[in-house]
Design a protein around this ligand. Structure first.
Ligand code: NAP
Length: 305
């Protein structure tokens, strides 16, 4: 059930010849690490849908062809992961507002010969934060680390759409955070928060600037790729983390990352990106089938006992 297929397999019709036939996929490069088939296949089975969800290894140069092969191969749609999310936005016939603003598509629906694009990363994070910390993004002062990356941009746009109390965009290459702040500035112009600091700021990943801003932060989100390997250096010096913070790490590959270990040791409430993964997947299911996803089945498949 967890085999990896190729673009050629898709084009040659091998995936629809499987039993049950593959009708959904995650396309990425690499794709082997993806946990999406685990919970999507459990969801399909629980919903009584005779279809399977597979991994397809699609190289960047193959991506437009693979995307256009979906209708002919009888697919309902696909998920798209690294590095194809921006190419997916360019490759679909239409995309919803949030996908356009976040510059990325992670969910494609096949509608006849047309391809429709959505992005469930931001809405998935929104649900994950509510579930993990019993609070809504809109009520929080958020510091977003890695605002210059694809996930960071999607999360920043979601925070702006939620009109969160504050948003501090942090990036190693600060110019990327600054240009994103310019794009989002119109959404933060109200006087909603009367306080000593601006509602929207862009800062470099530097200790003094972080310390200054953390005094006016409730939730820290890591959307950098640091933490995917246990050997990665710490993203924040442990001394900056305090008990009043909530810390969400979108990385889930290593269980509790160093950031989460340090934050928990400081007494902060912490959660890793598995809940975001689960909820972005559940939202994709809802988009494909226009019905609620079997969330508890999906959760069990993601966290086997
Ligand atoms: P990306 O587009 O490559 O962006 C990487 C980001 O990390 C950039 O902001 C980059 O800063 C920063 N970065 C990389 N190395 C760094 C370092 N050594 N020090 C400081 N910052 C560094 O990647 P992405 O697609 O946004 O993915 C980012 C993370 O989000 C990944 O860990 C991924 O697992 C996670 N994610 C999780 C979910 C989920 O469902 N849980 C969904 C999507 C993504 P520069 O701009 O300066 O290079």
């Amino acid at each position: 059930m967890n085999d990896i297929f190729s673009t050629q397999d898709l084009i040659e019709g091998k995936l629809s010849a499987l039993t049950p036939p593959a009708r959904l996929a995650v396309m990425g490069d690499p794709v082997a690490h993806s946990k999406s088939p685990d919970f999507h296949n459990a969801a399909l089975q629980a919903a009584g849908i005779e279809a399977r969800y597979v991994k397809i290894h699609v190289k960047p140069e193959e991506f437009p062809t693979a995307l256009r092969a979906l209708p002919e191969a009888g697919f309902f749609g696909t998920n798209v992961t690294i590095p194809h999310k921006a190419a997916a936005l360019a490759g679909v016939d239409e995309a919803d507002d949030y996908a356009q603003q976040s510059g990325a598509v992670n969910t494609v629906v096949v509608d006849g010969d047309r391809l429709c694009g959505f992005n469930t990363d931001g809405p998935g994070l929104l649900r994950a934060i509510r579930e993990e910390f019993s609070v809504d993004l809109r009520d929080l002062r958020v510091m977003l680390l890695g605002a210059g990356g694809g996930a960071g941009r999607a999360i920043a746009v979601q925070c702006a759409m939620e009109n969160c109390e504050r948003l501090v965009l942090v990036n190693r290459t600060v110019s990327k955070a600054q240009s994103l702040a310019e794009e989002l500035s119109s959404r933060f112009r109200s006087d909603r928060l009367l306080g000593p600091v601006d509602r929207l700021q862009a800062i470099p990943l530097e200790v003094d600037r972080l310390r200054e801003q953390l005094a006016f932060t409730d939730l820290v989100i890591n959307a950098t790729s640091l933490g995917m390997k246990r050997s990665d250096p710490p993203l924040l010096p442990p001394g900056l983390l305090t008990a009043n913070l909530m810390v969400y790490d979108t990385v889930y590959a290593t269980g509790a990352s160093r950031l989460l270990e340090d934050a928990a040791a400081a007494g902060a409430r912490v959660a890793n990106g598995l809940s975001m993964l689960l909820h972005q997947g559940a939202l994709s299911f809802e988009i494909w089938f226009n019905r609620p996803a079997p969330l508890s089945v999906m959760r069990t498949a993601l966290h086997p006992a």
